[in-house]
Unconditional design. Structure first.
Length: 385
């Protein structure tokens, strides 16, 4: 309403700051014109984001208020500006950084802004560390925000904080720098050696896959998970490691052929009679480790069958890409790939998914058959019904 008033946004930030300085951050009185529920400050911050001068007036009007909840709102308002504009006022960065040294509520807001600030948080790394040290690392919301901020600027102090929290289900900071591996591996390997019940394994396995060959020291522990419910992400990580994981090749080949299947509910329970859905991952990993394409092609080709019925899934897309990566030895996939690109019918009802499949099929054709194979025009360019 204020933005629609005569004069537009002019003076709005100052007026909003003055109003909230009087009423605080509690619920507004229920009125028929307020459509946004009872978080008015956040809504005003969003509405002012396109008006830098007024947004700054809002920040300046609240940043020194005696109520810490309003100072926290000033930090959040500054964060909205920082994330809205590529060249914001340096004054706004300092507002956020100063919040790190304020009371816990304000410091929390500052940490959350900096957690999503990428490399721009680098000048404030020392203050981030001090903010967490001041209250201890037991408050996971603060610690997680600090870890995310420090990881993204590759501050080496983040590795210690990450080790304290890596098994927490809500900590999401992938990827971690591979050059931290030496510091992190002892704890990671010890945790993975606990087997299928290892806390945090669901976080560690994608991380090790991201590291690729740098994760080679963990190959024995990863191989030990191939007979557990973590078999698929363990196979993915082993494949990313490559030849250095050769000790796991036989186990992966057996999984790819379907000769064995992992325990899905823990040792001592009955193995599921249903085929294991990770066979193609195991086949791909075996090829990455040994260079032998035969098991990979044999396991991946059946995954293309849904395309005969114009059905598409993430599993099918992955199979198309994996067969392309195998290259010429995957020539048996060529008829299916050509049929996909020649068809006038989409492979699913979603245009974006179908376009993704066509891109993957063209890339696979190029990798298997050579660049000329993927240059055929799409069906729409050849004919129209």
């Amino acid at each position: 309403m204020l933005l629609a008033a005569p004069g537009g946004a002019q003076g709005t930030g100052r007026r909003i700051a003055g109003a909230f300085a009087e009423i605080g951050t509690g619920a507004l009185p229920q009125t028929p014109w307020w459509p946004y529920g009872y978080t008015p400050m956040e809504r005003y911050q969003e509405q002012l984001a396109a008006h830098p001068r007024e947004a700054r007036a809002l920040v300046d009007g609240l940043v020194r208020h005696p109520d810490p909840s309003l100072r926290a709102e000033a930090v959040r308002a500054a964060g909205k500006q920082l994330h809205h504009w590529r060249s914001p006022s340096p004054h706004l960065w300092e507002t956020v950084a100063a919040g790190l040294e304020d009371e816990v509520e304000v410091s929390d807001a500052a940490l959350k802004v900096l957690a999503r600030s990428g490399g721009a948080a680098a000048p404030f790394a020392d203050r981030i560390v001090r903010a967490v040290a001041r209250t201890g690392s037991s408050d996971w919301t603060r610690s997680h925000a600090a870890v995310r901020a420090l990881v993204r600027i590759e501050d080496p102090r983040a590795s210690r904080h990450y080790l304290e929290h890596f098994d927490h289900s809500l900590l999401e900071v992938l990827p971690l720098p591979a050059h931290w591996a030496a510091d992190l591996f002892p704890a990671f390997r010890e945790r993975l050696a606990e087997g299928p019940e290892a806390r945090g394994a669901d976080k560690l396995l994608p991380l090790l896959a991201e590291w690729g060959p740098a994760a080679a020291p963990a190959a024995p522990e990863l191989a030990g998970l191939l007979d557990t419910g973590h078999a698929r992400p363990a196979a993915e990580a082993l494949g990313r490691i490559g030849p250095a994981a050769s000790a796991a090749a036989d186990a992966l080949a057996a999984l790819a052929r379907g000769d064995t299947s992992p325990w899905r509910f823990g040792p001592g329970t009955e193995r599921s009679p249903k085929p294991w859905q990770g066979a193609q991952t195991a086949a791909w990993a075996h090829w990455r480790i040994t260079g032998d394409p035969a098991p990979a092609v044999a396991a991946l080709l059946p995954e293309l069958r849904p395309l005969d019925g114009h059905a598409l899934s993430p599993l099918v897309l992955r199979a198309v890409r994996a067969l392309g990566a195998v290259g010429p030895p995957a020539a048996a996939a060529l008829p299916v790939l050509r049929a996909v690109l020649a068809s006038e019918r989409r492979s699913c009802a979603d245009i974006l998914w179908d376009e993704e499949l066509c891109r993957a099929a063209r890339e696979a054709l190029e990798e298997i058959e050579g660049p000329r194979a993927a240059r055929r025009p799409p069906p729409a360019a050849r004919s129209q019904h």
